[in-house]
Design a protein around this ligand. Structure first.
Ligand code: APR
Length: 253
């Protein structure tokens, strides 16, 4: 693994780095992934909990499910992998985290530029999207078990997360496309690479010949376009990668 870490460090010693993360990033913080055997979708039908139809069918059930996930995410702590990624801000000139995660653990770890492709469980918006754009209401009391009414139109509010069949927030998507086009390398951590359009950003990076380093305990769909696959857990492998990058940069100067 040491040789692979050194090879990865050389590829990531760049001016503009994108760090692209998925649920595996937060596994070492005690939060389940979606598609592992013990994942979120193993016990909860996505069409019931992560679709507009599911919310329309039973808004209270969906609201309570997210309230429970929000509690778990607030009780979770950023792991050593999140913290190592935040430390990259001080090491490289321009680091952008593009995450599919809704737990805000990258922000809590200290990463300064985070694009949330799939929103955040800690924000709410009107389910009727009144005023044309999401009305982000402050996070209600954690004990809130009933959908809050929209302060503007009275319709139910819902978590400001992207459900299956929904568009990603246009401004976030545009920002992510620009960061991928402008970056020199991409570090991919903890994603199966199965969900679009998020995963298409990685294929865009490859088509523009950007270096791509993947951290995952298992090979994934992305491994076929990765220059280096570091097989390991985010909480262990990303700190080791940061150490290798620091050592490489010290060796250069
Ligand atoms: N460290 C790093 N990666 C891990 C770890 C770990 N400790 N444990 C598991 N993984 C990897 C798995 O091998 C898998 O490749 O994390 C990945 C998780 O994949 P998914 O569960 O599919 O999660 P993700 O890729 O983030 O899903 C994308 O799908 O359901 C939607 O909106 C949801 O944002 C989510 C999107």
């Amino acid at each position: 693994m040491k040789a692979l870490l050194q090879q990865a460090a050389r590829l990531l010693d760049v001016q503009r780095l994108v760090v692209f993360t998925g649920a595996g990033m937060s596994k070492d913080s005690g939060l389940d992934t979606f598609r592992d055997a013990d994942g979120v979708w193993a016990n909860n039908a996505p069409q019931d909990y992560a679709s507009p139809e599911g919310f329309r069918r039973n808004p209270r059930k969906v609201w309570r499910w997210y309230a429970q996930r929000r509690r778990q995410m607030l009780e979770a702590e950023p792991n050593a992998g999140h913290k190592a990624i935040a430390r990259l801000d001080a090491l490289l000139p321009h680091v952008t985290v593009i995450t599919q995660n809704i737990d805000e653990l990258h922000q809590r770890a200290g990463s300064s530029r985070v694009l949330e492709l799939h929103g955040s469980v800690h924000r709410y918006k009107c389910s009727k999207n009144c005023r044309g754009t999401p009305t982000l209401t402050p996070v209600p009391e954690l004990t809130q078990e009933e959908p809050l009414p929209c302060p503007n139109c009275g319709a139910l509010t819902r978590p400001d997360v992207v459900w299956f069949g929904e568009m990603l927030p246009a401004d976030v998507w545009e920002g992510a496309v620009l960061e991928i086009a402008a970056c020199d390398a991409v570090l991919v951590v903890g994603t199966s690479g199965l969900v679009e359009p998020a995963a298409s950003l990685l294929w865009r990076a490859k088509s523009r010949r950007k270096a791509l380093v993947e951290v995952n305990p298992e090979p994934t769909l992305i491994s076929s376009i990765a220059d280096v696959l570091l097989q390991g857990k985010a909480g262990e492998t990303v700190p080791a990668l940061l150490a290798a990058l620091k050592e490489y940069r010290t060796g250069l100067h």
